[in-house]
Design a protein around this ligand. Structure first.
Ligand SMILES: Nc1ncnc2c1ncn2[C@@H]1O[C@H](COP(=O)(O)OP(=O)(O)OP(=O)(O)O)[C@@H](O)[C@H]1O
Length: 362
């Protein structure tokens, strides 16, 4: 089979990681989980830096690791491209020389390695910085060069380890948008470790949630996040996420629509999601008349006290949604599970993100 297949069991005295997954060529798998869940351990096993007690890792049918057969291909022969939190560029080389380094190390002639580097610097939108050394690059620019360097080596497998975590709030969205563009053109499998659910929404086709070394959720990103089974996933998701397809000023979602702010340019019909916070949602018994706000029909599932507010959970066309309202509002509206209500949210509070994957989910 082509793509990545892994079945791993890694033990430490107080910790065991068990995970089994496949990532098809061109697909992105996001691994999400709290501190200590085992995300870095999993990446290190894929990269060959840690050897598990039991396991198999295969890429395009070639075995990288098979503990039963005593196979363990060393890191430098796995063809893994790694983008870490920090760019880790060679300080004495220019951006261009940093990117050309991988091809040169693989025996490509100087002029050709330079051409490859020029191509990848342009793919990540930093052609103008080719002659600069890392000391004169911003964090976001350095991370783009590091991405170009990882891709220029023509890796069999791309590993992204919290690639946006060290960027400031201005640089992270731009880099996320760039990764979205670059990864959708990739033909190799990618594994992305992240704390940020938005990275999974925008970049990943598949999502694997780890808790204490165990896989607690696994499946298409939008399905897992729209219908989280685990409280942890619902909490990290923390945001309402409605999968659909891009429409004029938002998404269409079944026979309804949700308007919002486009985070990136989107073509109509492209797969997209509307993302908004539970605190932005008001709950109404009747559909508000003549209001420009979004109104989504919801069947209530549960009411959970959370500090000063009550989290009202409901389901709209198979998608779990949450609203945070005051206890007084819950009492006024006499909300109880199974009620049919309207979740109302202003378009200005809704972000429309492109999402990975071909299926519309609408
Ligand atoms: N070098 C090590 N030696 C011993 N135990 C370790 C080592 N590295 C990690 N651990 C432990 O293994 C478990 C998994 O850690 P891991 O770093 O894979 O988690 P993580 O999900 O990447 O966490 P974070 O989000 O904090 O980076 C944790 O219990 C951690 O304390």
């Amino acid at each position: 089979m082509s793509g990545l297949r892994a079945d791993i069991e890694f033990r430490r005295p107080d910790f065991t990681l068990r995970a089994e997954f496949e990532v098809a060529p061109g697909e992105v798998l996001a691994v999400l989980g709290p501190n200590g869940a085992g995300k870095s351990t999993l990446l290190s096993v894929l990269a060959g830096q840690l050897v598990p007690h039991r396991g198999r890792v295969e890429l395009d049918g070639a075995s990288w690791l098979d503990t039963d057969r005593g196979i363990n291909v060393p890191t430098h022969r796995r063809g893994v491209g790694l983008l870490a939190q920090n760019a880790l560029l060679f300080p004495n080389l220019t951006a261009l020389e940093n990117v050309a380094f991988g091809p040169r190390a693989a025996g490509v002639r100087k002029a050709e390695a330079r051409e490859i580097a020029v191509h990848w610097l342009s793919e990540v939108d930093v052609s103008g910085l080719a002659a600069r050394k890392p000391g004169r690059l911003s964090g976001g620019q350095a991370q783009r060069v590091a991405l170009a360097r990882a891709l220029a080596a023509n890796p069999q497998l791309l590993l992204l380890d919290e690639p946006l975590a060290a960027l400031d709030v201005d640089a992270a969205p731009a880099m996320r948008g760039l990764l979205h563009q670059v990864l959708r053109r990739q033909e190799k499998p990618t594994v992305l470790v992240t704390h940020d659910v938005l990275d999974a929404v925008v970049l990943a086709d598949q999502l694997l949630v780890l808790l204490d070394g165990c896989v607690v959720e696994q499946g298409p990103t939008r399905e897992v996040l729209a219908r989280p089974k685990e409280a942890f996933t619902a909490r990290v998701a923390g945001l309402n996420l409605v999968p659909g397809v891009a429409a004029a000023d938002g998404i269409s979602f079944g026979d309804g629509a949700i308007s919002g702010r486009l985070v990136e340019a989107l073509e109509q019909g492209e797969s997209a999601a509307a993302v908004f916070a539970p605190s932005a949602v008001a709950v109404h018994r009747e559909r508000p008349n003549g209001s420009p706000r979004n109104a989504i029909p919801v069947r209530l599932a549960a009411l959970e006290p959370r500090g000063d507010v009550v989290r009202v959970r409901g389901v709209a066309r198979n998608c779990s949604l949450a609203a945070d309202v005051t206890p007084a509002a819950v009492a006024d509206l006499r909300l109880t599970p199974d009620d049919e209500v309207w979740f109302v949210v202003k378009a200005a509070e809704v972000a429309i993100h492109p999402t990975s994957g071909g299926s519309s989910g609408a």
